[in-house]
Design a protein around this ligand. Structure first.
Ligand SMILES: *Cc1c(COP(=O)(O)O)cnc(C)c1O
Length: 497
């Protein structure tokens, strides 16, 4: 048996939680995020991992973090999550194209990488509830920039003992993303379009979590809140798995030798996915540079360049909407680590962010983050990259992966760094059909979304995923809207408080 980890808030208000307690809470009472007391090391060799299935790899990684889960519980969660919901047994295949390895993370239910963690979160959550003798119904509150909402609902729909309420920015998501959400089935699901952007939705959700009076009212009615956003440690841990798996597959396929370093490029919004890559590195995966790719909302690029995080800028709607974010929540976990786990220092910075819209990292903190580098791609660079990869290789990538791929190309040109590189490919091109086809073929006029999807199938030769076929004819079930200021009231209405 290995030592039990415990979890604490990045702002110092709570400590000593088990993994299951941290998963149930989602966010700490003081507004901080839960972190393990240390990032555990892998206790199995890469050579062994190279022969493992995705499910077995998931067990080897997750058992190190979720130390209060029994082997039986954890394997139950893993086996029910990573099954035929995915359209390939590999779960996360690596595709070599144009000088890089694209790690396809979009083979789940809702064809975006959010499925990698949200397929398992409902199992982790209900197992955690059982372990902690929770009687309340768990209400999952989720702010989404387009992909989390659908993936979370697909995971939690009709799961006994749970309800899920999703807030998305009206006008801030793709047509396919919106249709996927508003047609969601399940008696326990609710979808609300808010008049605002993703940051408004996320800030509103965090505010509801912080309202003690509201929590009391909920408890009286038999409810308690949790989160499916990447602030939940139960989202982050399953995301570490595919970086370990990708390295092991490169080794198994003879693309690298054991111990050889790789770089990873991650199209970033809330900083969850790239933080998972950093956790994988800390666990022992030989990752050299973590390249953080942003779209025109390049707050993270500026941060890694200057040490100043400044959200006071225009919020730009781009063709990679799942990265249209100015407050990257998970960066708080890296900030916390970079202060030497000084919760008071981290808390002061987060208070600066909330009061003044900015904070500055010290020289020591920046030195701690030296393995990260930022890059960004403007809209025209992203489109040019999607077209180039298609013209060179016939491989079609989505608009988020396009940002990462463009950033990688510029990085490689600038640094001459020839390290083998894994690019996180975060969505199926079908999810952003219009922008992808336009990048490849030019102006589409006013072509209908489904005509575009059929056209994309012709040029890519990739079968249209079930997730897209489903929404061609599905009935709209959700039409609720609200102002950012009324989110709590809306939650109360939905729950019948
Ligand atoms: C959520 C999302 C991202 C951003 O991931 P973070 O973990 O928030 O940084 C990138 N691409 C797609 C397609 C997404 O859905």
């Amino acid at each position: 048996m290995h030592m039990k980890l415990s979890y604490q808030s990045t702002r110092g208000g709570e400590s000593g939680l088990t993994a299951s307690q941290a998963i149930l809470k989602g966010l700490a009472d003081d507004g901080g995020l839960f972190m393990p007391t240390e990032i555990p090391k892998l206790d199995v060799s890469m050579e062994k991992l190279a022969g493992m299935t995705y499910q077995e790899t998931a067990y080897q990684v997750m058992k190190q973090f979720l130390t209060d889960f029994t082997e039986e519980e954890l394997r139950y969660c893993i086996d029910h999550a990573y099954d035929s919901k995915f359209d390939t047994e590999e779960i996360a295949p690596l595709v070599k194209a144009d000088g890089a390895y694209y790690l396809e993370l979009f083979h789940g239910n809702t064809i975006a990488f959010k499925d990698m963690a949200l397929s398992i979160l409902p199992y982790l959550m209900t197992t955690s509830a059982k372990k902690n003798h929770i009687k309340n119904e768990i209400v999952i509150l989720t702010a989404t920039s387009g992909d989390t909402g659908k993936a979370a609902m697909a995971g939690f729909a009709d799961v006994p003992g749970t309800r899920i309420i999703v807030f998305y920015p009206k006008g801030g998501v793709s047509k396919v993303q919106e249709l996927q959400m508003v047609t969601q089935k399940g008696e326990n699901t609710a979808v609300v379009a808010i008049h605002g952007n993703f940051d408004d939705a996320q800030t509103g959700v965090k505010k509801i979590f912080g309202d003690k009076e509201f929590a009391k009212k909920l408890d009286e009615k038999g409810f308690q809140l949790s989160s499916a956003n990447s602030i939940n440690i139960g989202r982050l841990v399953p995301q570490v798995v595919y970086y370990v798996y990708a390295y092991a597959k490169l080794l198994e396929n003879g693309e690298i030798t054991d111990g050889q370093e790789i770089d990873v490029v991650v199209p970033t919004g809330n900083f969850g996915n790239i933080l998972a890559a950093y956790f994988a590195k800390q666990m022992g995966v030989p990752i050299k540079t973590l390249i953080c790719a942003s779209n025109e909302n390049k707050v993270l690029y500026d941060f890694f360049e200057t040490g100043v995080y400044d959200r006071k800028r225009e919020f730009i709607l781009t063709s990679s909407p799942s990265m249209d974010i100015l407050i990257s929540s998970n960066l708080e976990r890296l900030i916390y680590l970079s202060t030497g786990c000084d919760a008071a220092a981290n808390k002061a910075l987060m208070e600066d962010l909330s009061a003044e819209g900015a904070y500055q990292a010290t020289a020591e903190m920046r030195a701690f983050m030296k393995d990260f580098t930022g890059g960004y791609a403007a809209e025209d660079q992203n489109a040019a990259e999607i077209r180039k990869v298609y013209e060179d290789t016939g491989y079609v990538i989505d608009t988020h992966t396009g940002v990462a791929s463009a950033v990688y190309r510029a990085y490689k040109e600038r640094t001459k760094d020839e390290t083998p590189t894994v690019i996180a490919s975060t969505a199926s091109p079908y999810k952003f059909s219009h922008s992808v086809l336009e990048a490849i073929k030019g102006d589409l006029g006013d072509a209908d979304e489904f005509a575009i999807i059929d056209r994309l199938a012709e040029i890519s030769g990739v079968k249209i995923p079930a997730a897209v076929e489903e929404i061609r004819s599905a009935q709209v079930r959700h039409s609720r809207e609200c102002d950012g200021a009324d989110m709590e009231k809306t939650v109360a209405e939905i729950l019948g408080l």
